[in-house]
Design a protein around this ligand. Structure first.
Ligand SMILES: [Zn+2]
Length: 392
């Protein structure tokens, strides 16, 4: 990411080349400040290898563009402390996460912190038009309260998404088919919109800010009301597959004689490992915001946890043999199963995985708890600003 300003060579189109270098450096600087949620000029100098006066000029450009501020720490003792470059909290991305029972919305500020959020519970799963309307209303309300500069929107959808144009090809739990959600939302909000699969968004957030930091090969499995989402991270990118649908790990085959799945087949991982079957064992609906407490530890719950842990371990073993990840991150209720049956799952994963691939595998709970999908959706929306901060 870092690059040095090259010494000019005679005969080259210096203006163009210097301009391209400047834009590249602005992108590197803003990305560093966004990811660290603020860095000193001295840290930026170290991280980029650029000299102090170049950093000063580039930071000045970002301040003028309204993207960062500079804070001068108070002098204590000898020497002048380096000014700290802070991302501006009023530069925000809208994050949208439609699920079967609610639409979650948030403003994620530059610096990757959520600065406003709303979860709208719904009696039935939302239509795409309803999602667009709720998103537009929420933005209007937030703009009235403060004056955020919304640079884009990111939508995380539990389903198959064509990321190039934001077409939701198939979201079985929402009963959406070929919905041009990206286009419709972009028209309503008048900002660029990026749409992706919810597990891909979660993986992006966990790998930048959560349990996957610094891990080059990882798998993210998330258990929610609408089943199991999966994503495969390879050296900083999400594995996309030929059609962009890779990582549908909730639909790997767990039991050919299992229950019918929303995808039209039977015995998928998510029909055998799911929240509804845990709820049935617990004897009624669980409080999803206090899942661990509300699940309890009756004999039926304990048996069901063991059954689901065994199936989940086989699934993890299969994807581990296929992708050789260093870390498998479990989010949502899968994280709870890992907490309650960690020893059993680890033992079975080792037993079912082609041996060398399990030797250095780590299984861990997602670190960003409830927020990874929204932060990841915000990250999608910030991509173009971070790539070209001045948008010239
Ligand atoms: Zn399925």
């Amino acid at each position: 990411m870092a690059s040095r300003v090259n010494r000019p060579r005679a005969g080259e189109a210096l203006g163009t080349r210097n301009e391209a270098t400047r834009r590249h450096n602005l992108s590197s600087l803003l990305t560093l400040v966004h990811r660290a949620d603020g860095l000193s000029r001295a840290d930026l100098t170290r991280a980029t290898g650029l000299n102090r006066s170049t950093i000063g000029a580039l930071v000045g450009d970002l301040v003028d563009a309204g993207l960062v501020t500079e804070e001068h720490p108070e002098t204590t003792g000898v020497g002048r402390p380096s000014p700290v470059v802070q991302p501006r909290r009023d530069v925000v991305a809208l994050a949208v996460y439609p699920d079967v029972d609610a639409v979650s919305l948030a403003l994620v500020a530059l610096g990757h912190r959520i600065v406003a959020r709303e979860r709208i519970e719904l009696p039935q799963s939302p239509s795409p038009a309803m999602v667009v309307e709720l998103a537009a209303d929420a933005v209007a309300g937030w703009v009235e309260e403060g004056s955020p500069r919304v640079v884009g929107a990111g939508v995380a959808v539990p389903g198959l998404v064509r990321a190039e144009d934001g077409l939701v090809v198939r979201a079985p739990h929402l009963e959406w088919n070929d919905e041009p959600l990206g286009e419709e939302l972009a028209e309503a909000l008048d900002v660029p919109v990026d749409v992706d699969n919810d597990a891909n968004a979660g993986l992006i957030a966990e790998s930048l800010y959560g349990a996957g930091q610094g891990v080059s090969h990882l798998i993210y499995l998330n258990g929610s009301t609408s089943g199991i989402g999966g994503a495969v991270g390879v050296t900083g990118s999400v594995l996309r597959g030929a059609d962009g649908f890779a990582g549908e790990l909730g639909h790997i085959l767990a039991d050919p004689d299992g229950l019918a799945c929303h995808c039209g087949r039977q015995g998928c991982l998510e029909t055998e490992v799911n929240l509804q079957r845990l709820e049935a064992a617990a004897g009624g609906p669980l409080d999803h915001s206090r899942l661990e407490e509300s699940l309890g530890s009756s004999a039926a719950v304990e048996d069901e946890l063991t059954r689901q842990a065994r199936v989940l371990a086989r699934g993890i073993a299969n994807v581990t043999s296929a992708f050789n990840p260093r870390t498998v991150i479990l989010g949502g209720f899968l994280g709870l199963i890992l907490d309650r049956r960690g020893d059993l799952i680890r033992e079975l994963v080792v037993r079912h995985t082609f041996a060398p691939l399990a030797d250095s595998l780590t299984l861990t709970r997602a670190a960003l708890v409830e927020d990874q999908v929204l932060i990841g959706a915000g990250e999608l929306a910030f991509r173009s600003l971070l790539a070209d901060p001045l948008g010239e």
